[in-house]
Design a protein around this ligand. Structure first.
Ligand SMILES: Cc1cc2nc3c(=O)[nH]c(=O)nc-3n(C[C@H](O)[C@H](O)[C@H](O)COP(=O)(O)O)c2cc1C
Length: 302
């Protein structure tokens, strides 16, 4: 049996497959299909300090090889998550990553305190949501703001802090380095790419929010490129994501530099996608006589 375990910011995952924030809720629906302990980690829907209703519908649209979403961080708020959802997840032998978004650096700090106290395994600081006006993308596109949020999160967290980077930038390496220098324990990338569709008949944007985030297989080559660039420039562990839908995709993203890989949009088409991806990756590793940790950053650039 291939040794599948990997390390992410000092957290041991039993295999490299994680599910991406916002595509897996809090695990309850998927838990009806299979044992959630099969996964390396579950990254929960993005939380904010207070409950949010999200953006008005329509907020999901299909696109060639992907989807556009403008969900806008609909969530019950961090306190309700800790009270009602975390105990459910704790029934399983799976690491829990909690994704957070704040309107101010102080809000990130407050959430880090609450979640560390609640004993979550890893905090994913989202500075890259394209669907909310305050915070979100603004923090992720400016190195000094990204560093500030990271520093405040680190100052308030005892759990390790992973910062989620936006692909909606000219140079992702500058942001990655700023976040590393500010003390982040790991990086995750990529979030969605800002996109838009228009209905030809009504001339209205398909999404009520006009624009939204593109995800799914369409963004996979962008994810591979960005993980590769960030791997070359920083020493931090990387959770790679963006369009992963198979074990071969996961292997490719690991070769580019990811230590672990999240499956997101693929879960909507096939609830079993993360488990299948894990099994396919295990087979690939076995065929190549590698353990999971030996695959990371093994690309041989020309
Ligand atoms: C419907 C939807 C909701 C999402 N919500 C969040 C979120 O709350 N926080 C976050 O950091 N990323 C969120 N994401 C981004 C995903 O976690 C992931 O970074 C992105 O979709 C790329 O991976 P994928 O192509 O495998 O989906 C969301 C994505 C989708 C499709």
């Amino acid at each position: 049996m291939t040794d599948l375990h990997v390390e992410l910011a000092g957290v041991t995952l039993k295999n490299p497959i994680v599910v991406a924030s916002g595509t897996y809720g809090f695990g309850r629906e998927y838990g009806q299909f299979y044992d959630l302990s099969k996964l390396g980690a579950i990254c929960v829907k993005g939380l904010t300090l207070q409950r949010r209703e999200g953006n008005p519908p329509p907020r999901i649209a299909e696109t060639p090889a992907g989807i556009l979403n403008s969900v806008g961080l609909q969530n019950p708020g961090v306190d309700e998550f800790i009270a009602k959802e975390l105990p459910f997840l704790r029934q399983y032998d799976v690491k829990v990553i909690v994704n957070i978004s704040g309107n101010t650096p102080e809000e990130y700090g407050q959430m880090c305190e609450k979640l560390s106290e609640a004993g979550v395994d890893l905090i994913e600081v989202n500075i890259s949501c394209p669907n909310v006006k305050a915070g979100g993308l603004a923090y992720g596109t400016r190195p000094e703001l990204a560093a500030e949020v990271t520093a405040v999160a680190k100052a308030h967290a005892t759990a390790p802090v992973m910062v989620k980077l936006s692909p909606n930038v000219t140079d992702i390496v500058t942001i990655a380095k700023a976040v590393e220098d500010a003390g982040a324990d790991a990086l995750s990338l990529i979030n969605t790419l800002l996109g838009m569709r228009i209905d030809l008949r009504t001339r209205r944007p398909v999404l009520k929010n006009n624009m939204g985030g593109l995800s799914g297989p369409a963004v996979f080559p962008v994810a591979v490129r960005m993980v590769y660039q960030v791997r070359q420039a920083t020493r931090l562990p990387i959770l790679g994501m963006g369009g992963v839908a198979s074990g071969r995709d996961a292997a490719e993203l690991m070769m580019a530099g990811a230590d672990a890989v999240a499956v997101g949009t693929a879960c909507f088409a096939d609830a079993y996608a993360p488990v299948r991806t894990r099994d396919e990756l295990a087979r690939y590793l076995e065929e190549n006589d590698l353990n999971a940790r030996e695959l990371t950053n093994t690309v041989r650039p020309w």
